[in-house]
Design a protein around this ligand. Sequence first.
Ligand code: SAH
Length: 223
Amino acid sequence: MAIVRTSTQSGIGMTSLRTRDRMLTRLREQGIKDEVVLSAIAAIPRHIFVDEALSIRAYEDVSLPIGFGQTISQPYIVARMSEILRNGNQLNKVLEIGTGCGYQTAVLSKLAKEVYSVERIRPLVMKARGHLRELKCVNVKLGHADGNLGLPDLAPFDGIIVTAAASHMPQDLLDQLAIGGRLVIPVGTEEQILYLVERVSQTEYRQTKLESVKFVPLLGGTS
Ligand code: SAH
C-alpha cells in the first residue's frame, strides 16, 4: 500500500489532535501560562519542520537534528522564550537570531506583527523559507547573515530572541533594542544561562538571570 505524503501531513497520527493536545498539556505542566503562546504552538505543526524519518518524534519535548550539525529547539524552550519575550503583550517588530528550520520563527509569526530572522547557514535559510511559505507565514522575512551583528538598518526591535548560545552579551543586539524592548538570550560556553535583558532607557539595561539551558553555540560569520 502506498502512503501518500501531503504537504502538511506526514506519517500516521502525527497531526492528530490528541498528539498535539498532549504536547500542550505537558507545556502547561511545565509552567507555560501564556494562552496566546500556547495557541500559537497549537497552531504550528512541528512535524513539518523535521525530516520524515523523525516526524514520529516531532511532538515529544526534545530537540531533534535538522542537518548541518544543528537542531530544532525543544517545544518547552520555544514556548518559554516566547512567553518571556511577549510578557503578555502583542509584539510589534521582532528579530530572531538563528532561524534553523524556522520553527520558532513560525511561532513568533503568530505573536508579532513583523518578524525578521537571521541564519548563518545558507541551506537552512532555504529550508526555513520553504516551511514558512508552506504555512503562509507572510509577516516573516529571512536573511542569510551573521546574527551577532543584528539588523541595524531595521532597528529598533521591541523584541530580540537569540536561539543559539552566545559566549558574551552581543553589544550590537543591545544597541538595537527599542526602549522598553526585551532581549532573550542564552549566554555561556560550558554552562549556559538564559537571560532577559530589558532596555530601560537610552543608556540603562536591566538584566535578569532565568534558568539553565542547552543550545548549539552562536558562531561568527556565515557559511
Ligand atoms: N530557532 C531554531 C533553533 C535553531 S538552532 C528553532 O526554532 O528550532 C540555532 C541556529 O542558530 C542554527 O541553525 C545555527 O546555524 C544558527 N546560528 C548560530 N550562530 C549564528 C549566527 N551568528 N548568526 C545566525 N545564526 C546563527
